[in-house]
Write a protein that binds this ligand. Structure first.
Ligand code: NDP
Length: 251
């Protein structure tokens, strides 16, 4: 755990445990995020389609494919029954299916949009209902540096991840003065199954454009999410926080 994480964990230890819901929290970045909240004493539900998260982690595993609104509703019901109304939502589930435009089928394009963008819409809509009743909430959407810079072969993925930015900012307007925030974290290349699927040449190319000279660690993304979910960050709204080793120099 990083020093920032320890400080955030210590701060949260002084506040009541929250009900946290992380999509795709069974592995990769989502699991690191879920572990961060659990370490701070929060009650954390994670969605999975295939493999559940490791049993050693004290996480409530709920089955859910974010492309299906009924499964989303059922997963929230299970989380709410166990942990109470969801106060923190992290929409992290996502996948890439890279292809140059001329070889991209309708299905290649729409399936990536359906999970990464419409999936986030489905879970946020479901979560906001309870947050409005509670008068409080923290929503964090996991985007990507691809949203801001684009990448050859990623017209589908970059469009979906860029869509999350417009979504978060529009929702910020809708939520107005309520203490419910929606922000975006945009990771750069991070060490998970997703980045392990890249070729050596793709990795070299991306690292050459990353001042930090290394891949990010899922815990570093979790740090940014924990910050945006903290009770004291209610004035941070509609922001995009890059966690990319400087690849985008703040953008
Ligand atoms: P992984 O491939 O390791 O994990 C992806 C997660 O998303 C899994 O938990 C997976 O669940 C879940 N998921 C995928 N599709 C669906 C779906 N239809 N319904 C529900 N869950 C689904 O990826 P990462 O941990 O690397 O990625 C996490 C997020 O971070 C993604 O949104 C990704 O786009 C983003 N990101 C990742 C970067 C990286 O370099 N790794 C860089 C920038 C952004 P299951 O196990 O059931 O398949």
């Amino acid at each position: 755990m990083t020093e920032l994480a320890e400080n955030l964990a210590e701060n949260s230890a002084h506040t009541a445990a929250r009900s946290v819901f992380v999509t795709g929290g069974n592995r990769g970045i989502g699991l690191a995020i879920a572990r961060r909240f659990a370490a701070a004493g929060d009650r954390v539900a994670v969605t999975h389609r295939g493999e559940a998260p490791p049993a050693a982690d004290d996480l409530l595993a709920v089955r859910c494919d974010v492309t299906d609104s009924e499964q989303v509703d059922q997963a929230f019901k299970e989380a709410e029954a166990a942990h109470g109304p969801v106060g923190v939502l992290v929409a992290n589930a996502g996948f890439a299916n890279d292809r140059l435009l001329m070889r991209m089928s309708d299905e290649d394009f729409t399936s990536v949009i359906d999970t990464n963008l419409t999936g986030a819409f489905r879970v946020v809509r479901r979560a906001v209902r309870g947050m409005l009743r509670q008068g409080h909430g923290r929503i964090v959407l996991i985007s990507s540096t691809a949203a801001l810079h684009g990448a050859a072969g990623q017209t589908n993925y970059a469009a979906a991840k860029a869509g999350l930015v417009g979504f978060a900012r529009s929702l910020t307007h809708e939520l107005g003065a309520r203490d419910i925030t929606c922000n975006v974290v945009a990771p750069g290349l991070t060490e998970t199954d997703m980045s392990r699927a890249l070729t050596e040449e793709q990795r070299r190319h991306l690292l050459a454009r990353t001042p930090a000279g290394r891949l990010g660690h899922p815990d570093e993304v979790a740090d940014a999410v924990a910050f945006l979910a903290a009770a004291g960050t209610g004035y941070v709204r509609g922001a995009v926080i890059p966690v990319d080793g400087g690849a985008g120099l703040g953008h």
